[in-house]
Write a protein that binds this ligand. Structure first.
Ligand code: C5P
Length: 404
């Protein structure tokens, strides 16, 4: 996430450096914005060095207005933090005064705003400041209350800037997703399976795992507790709660079935082999005649088994399947959705060169309980967003009945 840390001119300005570092430690990108007075307490170079970005100090600075990034900050940030916020900046924010970059950014951004006030105890208690705080709270601004103790001005009381850790924790809370997938347990399968023929050969398929990884990553961003069951793939997995590496359909079956009862959602994006050698040979099979016959056995259909379980128990996770097809794509997906008792089926035309296996883009049709929706060709991460939007809509309409 990109976070703007606005620093106004209070003695606590030095603590904003620790706030920036704390946010960076949690993986956020930070841009610092300083008021003119703030620069009298801490040098902009300190923030520039730790954020590795130019520090915005003045909206009318010569040269800075050609810098698109600087102008675009208002629409690209995910959160605006103001720490410390003086009585002066609070007064400006509450009254819509925009006479420097920070106060203008507050009006221009639609990102959530988190304010950590810091001032002398008497000022903090003053009716003018209280009413500005009330006005900002009524507009949805969130606060990190100042601490009590010795203030730099010699007073003892409330007004000292909250500790950096507290401000960072409050920021994380504001950024935490609040949609229906938050705290839901989601299992996603991804990639191909490899069915061993002998110690050097296997039967596999062209799935790269990109679609499943994109779904797992997006579900985690929405606050879900994600278990990713991945077949052999060279991609870096997204950050998830649990990563289970498997090789064969049999192993994927065990990994999924052993966890499915605890899940709210299961997305089977893996291209699971339908057939596997009856028994892989212990030794490399020697080259023989001109042709060779291999007898294969059907692998367990994981999704169909989950579907049968839900019919038998009347509960269980929401089920999403994928159908990689080369013809009558949507009709086949709709039939599979019925026969496997899934909620959604994502139909995928793998005969197109720009969609399906091994590429970054995908063109899919999502078949659901009330018909189907065809999405344009787009990146797999955008397709993942669309699929999770559909899953969230279904979760809101019919919360999953799990045992856990
Ligand atoms: O019937 P078909 O294999 O085309 O169905 C595809 C869907 O079923 C995918 O979601 C895939 O992950 C899942 N599947 C499965 N177990 C298998 C084969 C496919 O769960 N053995």
């Amino acid at each position: 996430m990109l976070i703007a840390v606005g620093v106004s001119g209070g003695i606590g300005a030095y603590k904003a450096v620790e706030v920036v570092r704390g946010l960076q430690r949690r993986g956020h990108d930070v841009v610092a914005v300083m008021t003119a007075n703030a620069t009298r307490f801490v040098g902009p170079i300190t923030f520039e060095a730790i954020t590795r970005r130019p520090v915005i100090t003045d909206q009318f600075e010569a040269g800075a207005n050609a810098d698109i990034e600087h102008i675009a900050i208002a629409s690209t940030i995910d959160l605006l933090i103001i720490a410390p916020a003086t009585a002066n900046i609070l007064g400006k924010l509450a009254n819509g005064i925009a006479d420097d970059f920070l106060s203008t950014l507050y009006l221009a951004t639609r990102a959530p705003v988190l304010v950590a006030p810091a001032m002398n105890t008497q000022m903090f208690a003053h009716e003018a400041v209280r009413s500005n705080l009330d006005a900002l709270a009524a507009r949805g601004v969130r606060f990190v209350e100042p601490g009590e103790g010795y203030l730099a001005c010699g007073w003892i009381g409330k007004g000292r800037l909250a500790e950096p850790d507290e401000i960072v924790a409050a920021a994380e809370d504001v950024l935490r997703p609040r949609g229906p997938l938050r705290s839901q347990r989601v299992l996603v399968t991804a990639g191909p399976t490899y069915e061993d023929v002998d110690p050097v050969r296997y039967l596999g398929n062209r799935s790269s795992g990109r679609m499943g990884f994109a779904i797992a990553g997006e579900a985690a961003r929405r606050g879900a507790e994600v278990t990713l069951v991945a077949g052999p793939t060279s991609l870096d997995p997204p950050p998830v709660r649990e990563l289970v590496r498997v090789r064969s359909a049999e192993q994927m079956h065990a990994a999924v079935l052993g966890r499915a009862d605890d899940m709210h959602v299961v997305v089977m994006a893996a291209a699971v082999a339908d057939y596997a050698p009856i028994e892989p040979s212990d030794q490399k099979v020697p080259k023989g005649g001109d042709t060779v016959t291999m007898v294969l056995k059907k692998t367990p259909d994981i999704l169909a088994e989950l579907g049968r379980r839900r019919i038998a128990s009347g509960g269980g996770p929401l089920l999403v399947g994928f159908a990689a097809e080369t013809e009558r794509v949507v009709a086949h997906a709709a039939a599979k959705r019925e026969s496997k008792h899934a909620d959604l089926f994502v139909a995928n035309d793998v005969s197109r060169a720009d969609a399906g296996f091994g590429v970054d883009t995908n063109a899919v049709t999502i078949v659901g309980p009330d018909g189907s929706e065809t999405l344009p060709l787009q990146s797999k991460s955008r397709v993942a967003i669309a699929i999770l939007d559909r899953i969230e809509a279904l979760l809101t309409a019919h919360p999953a009945k799990t045992s856990g």
